[in-house]
Structures are given as structure tokens and as C-alpha cells.
Design a protein around this ligand. Structure first.
Ligand code: MOS
Length: 732
């Protein structure tokens, strides 16, 4: 089904299931521990062997010798496989570095070998005995030091200029010119990267943990130089991805190579301390923002440049993309700079682009509001735009930013905020409120599904869509129930298998809208087949309560499958509505903090998000997405940072002891409000994404609240105590 014109009324609008705050259909499996995750598929697999990675202890250089004799002779060892032992591997475009080095080391903890043994402990013991000699080479590891040596060949986008920024900035009555930095961050999904591989002749089945089944399959085929049809990927449950599992990673390749070499099923899990350097991370940024406004507080000039680094073949962190769309301003400049660093590969992490971009822009806007003497909400509303500023003829399909801000202000009690910083005390605590805009684009992509109806009236949905903890099973079941007029109990959803139709997958907050739209398309076909079998004609056939109804005539849905099950398959394809309209999601984030005036300790006390993100398919799962994202934003504001060893070129705190994320005690009262925001331009579901929106802007709102509490403006994330203490006034 091609979606080319804005959606009219359709069966989804009945909202008997869609739009309801229903419990997760996979909840019992999760809470009883019976959902099978990637490392748990061994139960009925005889002859299972274990692989353990050998990872490079240098960031750049050449392997001069690998001594594997002792590993090969160690107890239980079945094989030791290095890059030299396998035929030349391919490299998929989506991987910046090779997943198994041959002689050239491209980044720290790059895989250089895998040891396969009867037990995990034997494999690990033997892997530790592999001795490697290296010739280390000098590398570039410091973004701050290297950022001016921009490799223009790696720059994937030219600067964007509208009007004359320099002149407008020079003539502006109020200006700021500030630099913000965001650190490298790790996804730190609870479930480590893990895979189990089984070969039958020349066919490979891989049980893994991956957000994008089709990318994983395509890229594994390319890496192993084999036909894609001979690979099956299975990944029905995923213990968190956040972008870290968008791509084929070494666990999958090493399991496949190990299983092939030993003719045994092999599973490989990346140990936690290997994940941050072996897999991908969110790249650090340096962001330079200049804004000019006239005396009425109207932005006349806006410039945002962002620097980030990556390995050759990597892409920049697109931290300026929201700055092209969020506020008005006739004269604009954005630039993305990419410099070559030899750190591990930077890639997508939850709201790539907007998340770190808003960490900077939304502090800058707070600073501008203060300089113009305006309330931060009033300043944002003054500079709202209903069109893409670069293409004024192009409107946002829906844009309720002003509503998000106004409703949030009222619900949060913004009027109680004291505009002047460092005025409110509670004993040793300084209290403050801050807010920020949330913004994330809505992307769409082709998504397919298959739907079966059996003779009992049971509906089964199959698609290679994944559920990374987001609630995909539930919203897809709701969609099928709505379309086919059956209860949720009459629907089974099967996901995460390359034997099923290719979906848009879980990424970029496009999964919910696009994958449900794919199921919608398949159900439209199935409804036509059902009507046909039951002898209904015309398009006023209603599917409800297990019945198919037209005027006075009704038949049981199940009767349509009496002569044999019915199966329909289709995909949703999107026309150019995303070109004709700017599709984005909006939020207002509100935060109250307390800062210890002696120690600089920050306690976030209250958080509120007001979101306008299309139709909310399930307010309960959506709320979970948003409060999880708000928690992530709190971590990004106050603690998350991969510490770079700028001499050796690796992330030092590469485990969950050293890489700090928010824990329960850090999380305050969180409230989420969803505005009515059905968007007929986004898809027949009228939905958009909300998970990443929940993160975008949160960290800046916290930093703005800290400023309001203390008068200390930190522009360098994360806001740790030392940075606050430096500036904390002698207020205690
Ligand atoms: Mo998201 S960073 O596209 O999983």
C-alpha cells in the first residue's frame, strides 16, 4: 500500500484497542523470565560450544605476531580463529571498521581472534593466554585538540546558509556567542551483545540481539561473502538497544565463524568491559552557537556549528539538525564538521543528532532569553515558526510546541519560579526550575507484515519488526485487533525473524508508527480477502467483535477461514508527504532541582514532559518510553561520560562500575502528558515516534534549572560537582 495523501477516516480511528493504555501482551513472559533473550537459546541445542573474544589492547597499529599455541592446547579448546584463519571477510557500509582485524588495528578492543571451547570458562581462560605482538602507531584521540584539522573528505554535508548571518548578527541588539561540549556516551543496554550461530550445511541461523533484522542479515551476508537467502536471523526479544544494536557487531560474526570452524553451535557474548570500546558509542561534540535578536526578542540570526570525530568511514554526529527547524530567524548558518579520530566507532545512540544538539541549543536559548530579559517560555514562543525556516512554503504537518510549553508551564507551576538565579533556599539547598524544548524528527520507511486468519478466528501477525523493550508486540496486536475486529486475546504477534516480511525495524523512533502502518496495510488486504470469501461487496464492511457486518447482514469472521486459513501480506510505502511537509515531534520539558550549596550535589526533584507526537498508540507503553528517556536525559546531564585516554586512545571507564548512569535513587517524580495530536500526514495510524522525543531537551532543562538554582552556568557536560563547585557562589 502506498501512502501518498493524508489519511482519511479509517478503522483505526475507532480506538477500541489502539490509543488505549493496555498492558503489554508480552508482560507475563518478561516478568516470569520466560522470554528468550539472545544468550538463552541453547536449551535444546545439543553440542553447544562457547566463544570468547580476544580484543586488541591498542588503538592503532599492526599485529606483528599472534601466538595461539597455548590457547589451542588449553583444556576444552575446539578452535582458535584469527583474521588470518578465515578467507577475506567483506565489510558492510554500515560498519566503519572491520569486525575481525587481520593485521591492521583500527580501534581499541577491536576483535582480533575468537577462542571456541566446550565451556565458557575454558574459552575465556584460553583467550587470555593468546599472546599478540603489536607495532603501535600514533593516533588521534582528542576532539578538542584535533577539531580544527577537519578532514573535509569526511564531511558529509556542506554548510547551510540562509540570508546573511554575519550581517544580521553584527546588527543584532542582543547576542550570545558560546561553546558547549558533550562527551562520548555509551548505550549501556542491560542485555549485552550476544549471538548463537548454527550451521546446517551452508545455511546459517543466527539467534542474536539486534534492532534491525534486515540490516543484520544483509551485512552478515556481505561480511561472510555468502548469499543472503542462506542466512536466517532470529531476535524476538532485545534487552535494550538505544542504537547500540542497530548494526551487525562482532558477537554475531565471531559466533558464525566459530560455529563454522567447529561444526558446532556456538554462542558468543561480548563481556561488559569489552562493549564500550568494541561496539559503537555516541560521539562527543563541540558546539559553537551564536544567536542574535532584535530588541523585541525576535531571533534575527542563528548559527550552529558542531564538531565531532570518527573513524574513516564514520559519520558526524548531526547535532545541528534541530537548529534548522526549531526557531525562526531569517539569517541562518549551520555546519557539521567531522574530524578523523582513532577512537572506537561513533554511531547512532538514542536520538542521534537532536539529543546532543539540544543539550547545547536549549542552554543557548535559555541564555538568550535571560539576555533579552524575557521569560524562557515567552522567548521560545516569540520565536516559534510554523514553517521550515529554510523553505517557508513548507509547513510542519503538526506543530504544537507552543501548546506543550503553555500546558507544561501551567501544570508544573512555572509562575512560582523566581527569574533571578540563586534566590530560593531550603536550608543548605538552593532550588531552581528550568525548562527546555524537546524536538525530534519523524522519519518514515517501508515496513511489511503478514497476517493470518485461522478457522477459529485467531489472527497471527508476522513481521521482522523488533521489540527492544518499547512495546512493539503490544501496539502491533492492538493494530491487528482494531483492524480485524477481534479481541487482543485473539491476536498473536510474532516478531524478530528474517523469515517474516521486512519491516522498518526499531530505530530513530520510527518503529511504532511505521511497523503498525505495515500491519494496517496487511490487514486492509486481509479484510478484502475476508469480505470476498464471505460474499460481501463494497467498502462499508465493518469488522467488530469477531463479526463481519454490512447493513443487516453479518457473518462470523472465523467463517471466512472455514475453507482454509487466509493469509495476506503487504507493506506500507511512503510517498513524498515527508518532503511536502516537515514531520516532527515536540515537547516541553520542565525540571525542578535542588543543589547543595556546600558540595554542589544536584538532586532532581520533579520532571514533567508534555509531548505532542502524533496519535499515541498506547499511552502506557508510550509513557514508559518517555520516563525512561527522561531518566537517560538526567544521566546525560549529570553523570554519563566515556572518559577518553587521549594518549592510548580508548574509553577508560568501560564497564558499569565506571560509566555512571542514573539509578532509582536519582529519579524523582516524573509526569508525562500527551497532547491530542493525530497527524494524518504521518501514516494511516496518524502516529509518530515518541521514545526519542522523551530524551531530547531533558538535559538542557536540568542544566537550566541548575542555573536558576545557583547562578552557575555550566556549558560542559556532564555537570559534575567539580564544575559546579568552581562557580558556586559563596552562598552557604
Ligand atoms: Mo535509535 S539511536 O535509532 O536506536
Amino acid at each position: 500500500m502506498k501512502f501518498e495523501t493524508p489519511a482519511g477516516t479509517n478503522p483505526i480511528d475507532n480506538l477500541r484497542y489502539v490509543g488505549q493504555p493496555l498492558d503489554r501482551v508480552d508482560g507475563p513472559l518478561k516478568t516470569t523470565g520466560s522470554a528468550t533473550y539472545a544468550y538463552e537459546w541453547h536449551e535444546n541445542v545439543p553440542g553447544l560450544a562457547y566463544g570468547f573474544i580476544v580484543a586488541a589492547p591498542i588503538a592503532k597499529g599492526t599485529i606483528t605476531a599472534i601466538r595461539i599455541e597455548s590457547a589451542r592446547n588449553a583444556p576444552g579448546v575446539l578452535a582458535v580463529i584469527t583474521g588470518l584463519d578465515v578467507e577475506a571477510l567483506g565489510k558492510a557500509d554500515r560498519n566503519a571498521a572491520t569486525l575481525l582485524a587481520v593485521d591492521k588495528i583500527e580501534h581499541y578492543h577491536q576483535a582480533i581472534a575468537v577462542v571456541i571451547a566446550e565451556t565458557f570458562e575454558q574459552a575465556r581462560e584460553a583467550a587470555y593466554s593468546v599472546k599478540v605482538d603489536y607495532q603501535a602507531a600514533p593516533g588521534h584521540y582528542s576532539l578538542a585538540a584535533e577539531k580544527e584539522s577537519v578532514d573535509t573528505a569526511m564531511q558529509d554535508e556542506p554548510d547551510k546558509n540562509i540570508g546573511d548571518f554575519d550581517q544580521a548578527y553584527a546588527e543584532a541588539s542582543v547576542t550570545i556567542d558560546t561553546v558547549y561540549t558533550t562527551p562520548d556516551q555509551s548505550h549501556m543496554a542491560m542485555e549485552p551483545h550476544a549471538s548463537m550461530a548454527v550451521w546446517e550445511d551452508d545455511r546459517l541461523t543466527l539467534w542474536t540481539s539486534n534492532q534491525m533484522i534486515d540490516w543484520c542479515r544483509t551485512d552478515l551476508a556481505e561480511t561472510l561473502n555468502m548469499p543472503i537467502e542462506k542466512i536466517r536471523i532470529v531476535s524476538p526479544y532485545i534487552g535494550g538497544g538505544f542504537g547500540g544494536k542497530l548494526f551487525l557487531r562482532s558477537d554475531a560474526l565471531l559466533a558464525a565463524l566459530g560455529a563454522r570452524a567447529t561444526s558446532r553451535p556456538v554462542k558468543v557474548m561480548l563481556p561488559r568491559p569489552v562493549i564500550p570500546n568494541n561496539t559503537t558509542h555516541r560521539p562527543a561534540t563541540v558546539q559553537h552557537i551564536r544567536i542574535g535578536a532584535d530588541s523585541s526578542g525576535l531571533i534575527t540570526a542563528l548559527s550552529h556549528d558542531s564538531w565531532s570525530g570518527n573513524l574513516p568511514g564514520g559519520t558526524p554526529e548531526t547535532a545541528v539538525q534541530q537548529s534548522e527547524l526549531l526557531y525562526t530567524g531569517a539569517n541562518r548558518h549551520t555546519g557539521l564538521r567531522l574530524t578523523q579520530l582513532d577512537l572506537p566507532e561513533g554511531n547512532a545512540m538514542r536520538a542521534p543528532g537532536e539529543a546532543p544538539g539540544l543539550m547545547a541549543l536549549e542552554i543557548a536559548i535559555d541564555e538568550m532569553a535571560e539576555k533579552t530579559g524575557m521569560d524562557p517560555i515567552a522567548f521560545r514562543i516569540r520565536n516559534d515558526t510554523q514553517v521550515d525556516p529554510a523553505h517557508p512554503e513548507r509547513f510542519f504537518s503538526r506543530r504544537q510546541l507552543v501548546e506543550c510549553l503553555n500546558i507544561g508551564a501551567e501544570r508544573f507551576g512555572w509562575h512560582k519560579r523566581t527569574p533571578q538565579p540563586a534566590q530560593v533556599r531550603e536550608g543548605r539547598w538552593l532550588l531552581g526550575m528550568g525548562m527546555a524544548t524537546g524536538f525530534r524528527n519523524n522519519m518514515v520507511a517501508t515496513s511489511g507484515a503478514r497476517v493470518h486468519l485461522d478457522e477459529t478466528g485467531h489472527v497471527t501477525v508476522e513481521t521482522d519488526m523488533t521489540d527492544i523493550g518499547t512495546g512493539s508486540y503490544t501496539i502491533l496486536a492492538q493494530t491487528a485487533a482494531e483492524m480485524m475486529g477481534v479481541s487482543l486475546a485473539q491476536v498473536t504477534v510474532r516478531l524478530g525473524d528474517s523469515d517474516f516480511p521486512v519491516s522498518a525495524g526499531s530505530g530513530g523512533q520510527w518503529g511504532a508508527n511505521t511497523s503498525t502502518a505495515g500491519v494496517y496495510a496487511a490487514c486492509v488486504k486481509l479484510r478484502a480477502d475476508v469480505a470476498d470469501r464471505l460474499g460481501f461487496e463494497g467498502d462499508n464492511v465493518v469488522f467488530s467483535d469477531g463479526q463481519v457486518i454490512q447493513g443487516d447482514r453479518r457473518a462470523a469472521l472465523a467463517a471466512a477461514a472455514a475453507g482454509g486459513p487466509l493469509t495476506a501480506e503487504d507493506s506500507i510505502e511512503f510517498g513524498d508527504l515527508d518532503q511536502r511537509f516537515q514531520q516532527s515531534t515536540f515537547a516541553g520539558h520542565f525540571v525542578e532541582v535542588a543543589v547543595d550549596s556546600f558540595t554542589g550535589e544536584v538532586r532532581v526533584r520533579r520532571m514533567l514532559a508534555v509531548c505532542a507526537a502524533g496519535r499515541i498508540l498506547n499511552p502506557k507503553t508510550a509513557r514508559s518510553q518517555v520516563i525512561g528517556a527522561m531518566t537517560m536525559g538526567l544521566g546525560a546531564a549529570l553523570m554519563e561520560e566515556l572518559a577518553v585516554d587521549e594518549k592510548q586512545g580508548f574509553f577508560v571507564n568501560h564497564d558499569m562500575a565506571g560509566y555512571e548512569v542514573s539509578v532509582h535513587a536519582d529519579i524523582p517524580e516524573q509526569e508525562v502528558i500527551f497532547l491530542d495530536d493525530d497527524d494524518p500526514v504521518s501514516s494511516p495510524m496518524k502516529a509518530k515516534g515518541v521514545g526519542e522525543l522523551g530524551l531530547c531537551g531533558v538535559s538542557a532543562a536540568i542544566v537550566n534549572a541548575i542555573y536558576n538554582a545557583t547562578g552557575v552556568r555550566v556549558r560542559d557536560y556532564p555537570v559534575t560537582l567539580d564544575k559546579l563547585l568552581e562557580g558556586l557562589p559563596e552562598l552557604h
